[in-house]
Design a protein around this ligand. Structure first.
Ligand code: ADP
Ligand code: ZN
Length: 715
């Protein structure tokens, strides 16, 4: 059997991803390999497929028991005999397993490094007596002090090559800078290893950074549209994971907390519930996630800024392993950076502290970017990429820019006149000519005092932030950070350098996977078939089939086993075991609705790529329904979206002029709201609502804002 035939037969996929084919070939040729692939890239297949093709046993070293159980379940479901060894198994179970190993009945054996070399190397001696054909080391960066997740027990693996000198070793990891790479090769003693570095780009993840203001409400807005989907929310502290989980529950979401301080039973229960989709949201510290290969995580949220890009990228990488469109959202506040600075210092190690502070600094730069975030991330991992990606918040936002040289000059000369000794709040009050006693008398005599009175506080904050990002100002840390000039400031002050600011932003709506042209009703039925099978087999649902596969079925409506074979994710065993069960709801659905198979439209079995949806189609659909006389609530129900989303769609058309604003708000109210918006800005709705009171609804406010934007554009 060739590798590609085995891929189809055992895994139901028709093509290799990234460098899987080359990696597998090397392994089959008996060569040592180091493979670097992003989280979700498909590392497991690189040793699972050779394991199937090679005679004898493949030993898989992996750090976490949770991961092993899952992988073993998934392999068994695909008809590949696999097992794991852990300390929870009783002597009976263990000796039965040994028997099966001796009889050559197992293709893959998963275990933790400390098991292998524990109790006087008994196990490794036993394994040496078996026909071992391959050793795979997952999460290989754990062996290095330089990695971000060093595990001392991994150091035991240095002895592997002594026991198995002629057996090929494949080491795999999702994060490894040059230093870690070198360390892995050395510590594992790999022989002439081939190193494969795949692209770290995760095309299906949309990256967004949002200012940490009112972040709980922002989060609710975000979750509201994803009620049925799984996600991970990361917090910095244990306490905040618990309080956030509690708050989300209060809002009706299915959420549980996870952190290292919980007792083992609670941890295991919450993790298991999440894996089985019984709980949709896990609110966790970074203690959660390694080894979680749940494929249908649709979003990862960071409530606080992570300490470095490596960690951030690995955490966000847990979204969308199934290849479907997924989101990574981070709430950023400059205050977080200050907080983390303390943590970044490593006691008595100025050299390492410096590295950590630099990493933190890179993380801050990422948050403040006004250029493509994906490009920045890939560059961080030494990878070239286009200027824009079209799927990060920066690329999805249209910026209007204007000449802000004069504003910049006012700001910079204020900093200069105040002798670079004050923070942004003081500088802004000074610029705006505040009468407050906090402003020193001598400063009130300066010429620059009050020259920026025409600009609101929030705008000044934004401008100062942008000037800092552009390098014309710098924030000098310490307990009371102050604004200082930079070497570039002079050119602006002299007028030889112009400065542009961003005026307004129109955020295009992101495609959400709820809008793919699949049969939603059928998808639900398929999910319930999957749930039944999963319960029967006692494994998490996604081990049976991924969401991506079910969506393909609900899209192409296969009518026979032969047609089902064309769906990505159905290998021979799964087809034989579960094919019929999945066909039942498809057939009856098609009969009820008078639909036929669309499998012919799926020319070739391909790995499913997230479809790039035109951003406005979903709005148009809402508009059509609205124009046919349906109410917001009715449309929301029909489209399975929240009324808030529908409102968002419709108010967009108020801005374009396709819907008259009078449909949403009366003339009198419009004027009052307009007044409030002009006074307080339109950045946040809730303060406006508070000012206007109960008589004014969010719909009315939103409609007015859209109308005002429309007016501005046409004038
Ligand atoms: P990693 O260990 O690199 O984080 P996994 O090995 O868990 O990633 O793979 C992620 C997902 O991609 C899994 O659901 C896996 O079945 C799927 N996958 C792997 N290789 C392929 C392929 N060639 N075609 C389609 N899906 C694949
Ligand atoms: Zn981008």
């Amino acid at each position: 059997m060739t590798p590609i035939q085995a891929l189809q037969k055992y895994f139901g996929y028709s093509e290799f991803r990234h460098q899987q084919a080359a990696i597998i070939q090397h392994v089959l040729d008996n060569k040592d390999v180091l493979a670097l692939m992003p989280t979700g890239g498909g590392k497991s297949l690189c040793y699972q497929l050779p394991a199937v093709l090679l005679d004898g046993l493949t030993i898989v070293i992996s750090p976490l028991i949770a991961l092993m159980k899952d992988q073993v379940d998934a392999l068994n479901v695909n008809g590949i005999p696999a097992a794991f060894l852990n300390s929870a198994q009783n002597p009976d179970e263990q000796s039965r397993l040994m028997g099966r190993l001796k009889n050559n009945e197992i293709k893959l054996l998963y275990l933790a490094p400390e098991r292998l070399f524990g109790s006087e190397n008994k196990l490794v001696e036993f394994l040496k007596s078996l026909p071992v054909s391959l050793i795979a080391i997952d999460e290989a960066h754990c062996i290095s002090h330089w990695g971000h997740d060093f595990r001392p027990e991994y150091l035991m693996l240095a002895g592997l090559k002594d026991y198995f000198p002629n057996i090929p070793v494949i080491a795999l990891t999702a994060t490894a800078d040059k230093l870690t790479q070198k360390d892995i090769l050395e510590k594992l003693n790999l022989k002439n290893p081939a190193i494969f570095i795949s692209s770290f780009n995760r095309e299906n993840i949309t990256y967004t950074v949002s200012p940490k203001r009112d972040s709980f409400n922002q989060l609710l807005d975000f979750l509201e549209e994803r009620k049925d989907e799984s996600g991970i929310i990361y917090c910095l502290s244990r306490k905040s994971t618990e309080s956030l989980a509690a708050n989300l529950k209060e809002e009706g979401f299915s959420a549980e907390a996870y952190h290292a301080g919980l007792d083992n039973i609670t941890k295991a229960r919450n993790q298991e519930a999440f894996l089985r989709d019984d709980v949709k949201i896990i609110v966790a510290t970074i203690a959660f996630g390694m080894g979680i290969n749940k494929s249908n995580v649709r979003y990862v949220v960071h409530m606080d800024m992570p300490k470095n890009i490596e960690g951030y990228y690995q955490e966000t990488g847990r979204a969308g392993r199934d290849g479907l469109a997924s989101d990574a959202i981070l709430f950023y506040s400059p205050g977080d950076a200050m907080k983390l600075k303390g943590f970044a210092m490593v006691d008595d190690n100025p050299e390492q502290s410096k590295i950590m502070l630099k990493k933190l600094d890179d993380m801050v730069r990422y948050c403040q970017l006004q250029t493509c975030r994906r490009q920045f991330l890939l560059k961080y991992f030494d990878e070239e990429s286009p200027e824009t990606c079209g799927s990060c918040d920066v690329c999805l936002t249209e910026f209007k820019r204007f000449d802000g040289t004069l504003i910049a000059q006012k700001a910079l000369s204020a900093v200069y006149r105040l002798k670079e000794r004050f923070g942004s709040t003081y500088v802004i009050d000074f610029l705006r000519g505040s009468k407050s006693e906090k402003i020193r008398e001598e400063h009130k005599q300066l010429k620059t005092y009050g020259v920026g009175a025409d600009i609101s506080k929030p705008d000044w904050q934004r401008y100062l932030r942008e000037l800092t990002t552009m390098g014309y100002l710098q924030v000098d840390g310490g307990e009371y950070p102050v604004l200082k000039l930079t070497t570039q400031s002079e050119a602006v002050l002299k007028g030889s350098q112009t400065v542009e600011f961003i005026e307004s932003e129109i955020v295009e709506e992101k495609h959400s996977f709820a809008e793919l042209p699949f049969e939603a009703e059928l998808l639900n039925e398929l999910k319930s078939v999957r749930r039944d099978i999963a319960i029967n087999e006692n494994v998490p649902a996604y081990v049976i089939q991924s969401d991506a596969t079910l969506m393909e079925i609900a899209t192409y409506l296969p009518q026979s086993l032969d047609e089902l074979r064309m769906i990505s994710g159905f290998g021979d065993i799964k087809l034989a075991r579960y094919g019929r069960e999945f066909l039942v709801p498809v057939k009856s659905f098609c009969e009820r609705k008078g639909l036929n198979s669309k499998i012919a439209q799926k020319k070739q079995k391909r790995e499913r790529k997230p479809r790039a949806e035109k951003p406005n189609e979903t709005r148009k659909e809402t508009l059509n329904l609205y124009q046919s006389g349906k109410s917001i609530l009715e449309i929301a129900q029909l489209r399975k979206l929240s009324p808030m989303t529908i409102e968002g769609h419709l108010t967009y058309f108020v801005q374009t002029g396709e819907i008259d604003v009078s449909n949403f708000v009366s003339r009198e109210k419009l004027l009052v709201i307009q007044d409030a918006v002009e006074g307080y800005g339109d950045e946040k709705l809730s303060p406006l609502k508070e000012i206007l009171g109960d008589n004014y609804s969010y719909t009315e406010i939103k409609a007015t804002i859209s109308w005002m934007k429309g007016q501005m554009q046409s004038s």
